[in-house]
Design a protein around this ligand. Structure first.
Ligand code: NDP
Length: 435
């Protein structure tokens, strides 16, 4: 805490991982050597820069840009770019730290990184968003490259923004190298990448449910968020026979007792992805749904909860409400949406609980598949990418079970994910010496 003052999110993420690792390291003392842990909590490099751009009124605006290059131990730095007013060094350091473990869990050769800006895309014109993306990349481009650091999207950065950034990178570097993932299909993107995080989260939850002889069929599911991850989590859960009763954004929750249908999801996607609207706008278009202003979905009784919005959106009190309502499984599509207290409350109550670094790894895994396709100058059919995604999620589930099994036969997915990710990164660091 003394070395990282004013960085609560980063300290929260490190605490969660260290609580899992401590007993493991005590019984595997080779990992206590060579200041391995001290090195692992220190990003290899932090880049902070000014982003100046001109708005539609001709006024000059100044934002702060960052790239946290956390660990290159197992491959190039890899992780998304976030545009949200809450972005600061603490948030990005926590995300880059988590990303390092998550990427290791995918078994693909990717290190960990994260970047972004405190730029708020809400209410900006398309031309302003493009100018901002170009200004952001005019500095970022010198720090990234296909074998150095490969960014992607995250909150506030979807296909449109990745396109603008990849275009500017191409112009400045005079290479067509694929330094962003999540690109459009016409310039090197992969099929299934937009769907991958949401689908992957549901695939992971399906594996968890199967350990108790259960499935999504007939289950009631709540989803928070309404962006990229949430939309495809809703789609896949529906496809598997679940009734999805909520989506949300920072303005509130939409509760739909009858459950989503493909038609309703198409309306939500249009509101969110094309009109850049709010879930309250969606609620006005769909009869029979209720808009709960300022509320999260967690007080609603469900069998499965999929938090897909943002960090710390699910508190200990929310966890207790879900548990009291008999929740069976919680799989995180977002990064660290549950506070540490909420996560431990789920485990203590015997709820199947998956931390984001395990259950939402499908997005970055498919980014890794996009890198492979780009390197081979090929594009795989959707079925092939989806099959590999499923296989990777099953592999991560198996790794969590292997490293997280308790003496009584139950599984701590928190410990399993942290230890499995750590072992891969730590072994690579030990083999490459003190650097
Ligand atoms: P989007 O920008 O597409 O959607 C974000 C959603 O979360 C929106 O509904 C947004 O609502 C809501 N949200 C964001 N910040 C807040 C906040 N402070 N309070 C309440 N709601 C908020 O982002 P993604 O769907 O891509 O990302 C969602 C989560 O998933 C993030 O935690 C991200 O790191 C994680 N993730 C994403 C991956 C990907 O492939 N995209 C991969 C792995 C993890 P509003 O519009 O009101 O802000």
């Amino acid at each position: 805490a003394q070395r990282n003052p004013g960085q609560p999110e980063f300290l929260q993420a490190v605490t969660e991982v260290m609580e899992s690792l401590w007993p493991f390291i005590e019984s595997n003392p080779k990992y206590a050597e060579h200041a391995l842990l001290e090195r692992l909590v220190e990003p290899e490099r932090i880049i902070q820069f000014r982003v100046s751009w001109t708005d539609d009124k001709g006024q000059v605006q100044v934002n702060r840009g960052f790239r946290i290059q956390h660990s290159m131990a197992i491959g190039p730095f890899k992780g998304g770019i976030r545009f949200h007013p809450s972005v600061n060094q603490s948030v990005l350091k926590f995300l880059a730290f988590e990303q390092t473990f998550k990427n290791a869990l995918t078994t693909l050769p990717m290190g960990g990184g994260k970047g972004g800006s405190d730029f708020d895309p809400k209410g900006k014109s398309p031309a302003e968003v493009m100018r901002f993306c170009q200004a952001f990349v005019s500095e970022l481009f010198r720090h990234v490259g296909p074998d150095t650091d490969v960014p992607a999207g995250d909150i506030g950065v979807g296909g449109r923004e990745v396109g603008y950034m990849a275009g500017m990178y191409k112009k400045l570097s005079n290479t067509a190298s694929s330094v962003f993932t999540g690109k459009g299909l016409s310039f090197g993107g992969s099929l299934i990448r937009p769907e991958a995080t949401g689908y992957g989260t549901v695939y992971f939850a399906r594996e968890m449910l199967a350990t108790r002889g259960q499935s999504f069929e007939g289950k009631t599911v709540s989803v928070s968020g309404s962006g990229n991850v949430a939309q495809y989590a809703v789609e896949k859960a529906m496809e598997l026979g679940a009734k999805v009763v909520t989506v949300s954004d920072s303005s509130g929750t939409v509760y739909d007792a009858a459950g989503f249908t493909p038609e309703k999801l198409a309306i939500l996607m249009d509101v969110k992805n094309h009109k850049y609207g709010r879930v309250s706008d969606y609620a006005k278009l769909v009869p029979g749904v209720e808009f709960l202003a300022g509320k999260c979905p967690w007080s609603i009784k469900v069998d499965v909860a999929l938090p897909c919005a943002t960090q710390n959106e699910l508190t200990e009190a929310d966890a207790k409400a879900l548990i009291a309502n008999g929740v069976l499984c919680v799989a995180e599509g977002a990064n660290m949406p549950s506070t540490n207290e909420a996560a431990r409350a789920f485990e203590a109550a015997g709820v199947l609980y998956a931390p984001g670094k395990a259950s939402n790894a499908g997005g970055v895994a498919t980014s890794g598949l996009e890198m492979s396709q780009n390197a081979a100058r090929l594009s795989w059919p959707a079925e092939e990418v989806d099959a590999r995604l499923l296989q990777i999620m099953q592999g991560i589930h198996a790794a969590c079970v292997k490293y997280g099994k308790r003496e009584d036969g139950t599984v701590s997915y928190i410990d399993g994910a942290n230890i499995a990710g750590f072992v891969k990164v730590a072994d690579a660091m030990l083999a490459q010496g003190v650097i």
